[in-house]
Design a protein around this ligand. Structure first.
Ligand SMILES: O=C(O)CCC(=O)C(=O)O
Length: 284
């Protein structure tokens, strides 16, 4: 029996010591060629088909201008297609988020147990794909120990002109920063201009890993092609939320390893003891 499949729990993939050191220093890492270009093309088709189905069924919140605060980054027209919880729409996307090529690498950064927080597909359409002002993800879903991190999986090439993700290297070491909240939590655009942050151009199949404390954002897609990505937000299951916010269907699913606290709940009602505790505290 090979190392693949359910029989073996062996770790098959991982980051090099140099990659881990780079992440520890900078709070982000571009892992190149995690998925093949053929797989990326399939996933791109899958997500564009999903966007089409959502638009055909007039699902709400799929097509818009992106964050309202994107207007502070550009005066040009902005458009963004987005969908949370894509694994409820497509089995290929369910398989993707438990793929050891992704989760084994994440385990090298946050430990052997990797729990899903949420997934979010973005299609930045050609010529007007909306920018994101610089921000940390922390204010959206603060946690005790800051193990939360994102993996942006690229389904097509994302050069600078497509509005690739940009980061401020090392910024995660500043800890949580105060954000402005006006249609999205973001940092003051004058002090944190998107154009001055470090671009992370990527190719189809690459995965950009970054801490939820890393300051990041992205520019407008001015190219002739869409930019298509899936962001998977993950944490160590024993790193508990500080607030009852940003809950979503599928949150708490184990992508790798186990939940040592066995806190998956019954599947109905509160999803976890922590949610139940928050609700009880609110009621008193
Ligand atoms: O994918 C991007 O361009 C940025 C997304 C982002 O910053 C976020 O979802 O927090």
């Amino acid at each position: 029996m090979s190392g693949n499949g359910l029989i073996s729990g062996n770790k098959a993939y991982g980051l090099t010591p140099e990659q881990i050191a780079f992440y520890r220093e900078n709070g982000y890492l571009l892992a190149e060629g995690v998925f093949t270009r053929e797989e990326a093309a399939l996933l791109r088709q899958e997500t564009h088909d999903l966007a089409r189905r959502l638009l055909e069924t007039q699902a709400t919140g799929v097509k818009g201008e992106g964050w309202k605060s994107g207007a502070k980054v550009t005066d040009l027209p902005r458009e963004l297609l987005h969908c949370h919880n894509v694994q409820f729409h497509s089995a290929v996307l369910s398989r993707l988020i438990v793929d050891p090529r992704l989760t084994d690498r994440v385990a090298d950064l946050i430990g052997p147990n990797v729990q899903l927080h949420h997934t979010k597909m973005f299609i930045k359409p050609p010529e007007r794909g909306a920018p994101f002002p610089m921000h940390q993800d922390y204010p959206y879903f603060p946690h005790e120990r800051h193990t939360m991190m994102a993996a942006t999986i690229h389904f097509d090439d994302a050069p600078v002109e497509k509005g690739c993700v940009r980061v401020v290297p090392g910024s995660y070491r500043q800890g949580p920063l105060e954000h402005i909240n006006d249609g999205g939590h973001h940092l003051p655009v004058e002090r944190f201009p998107v154009a001055e942050a470090t671009p992370c151009p990527a190719r189809a199949g690459d995965v950009l890993l970054f801490s939820y404390l890393t300051i990041h954002g992205s520019g407008l897609n001015t190219s002739q092609e869409a930019r298509t990505t899936l962001l998977v937000q993950m944490r160590d299951p024993t790193d508990h939320p500080l607030k009852l916010v940003h809950l979503s269907r599928g949150q708490g699913m184990m992508l790798r390893g186990v939940d040592p606290e066995a806190d998956a709940g019954t599947g109905v009602g509160p999803v976890s003891r922590f949610e139940a505790q928050f609700k009880a505290a609110q009621a008193t």
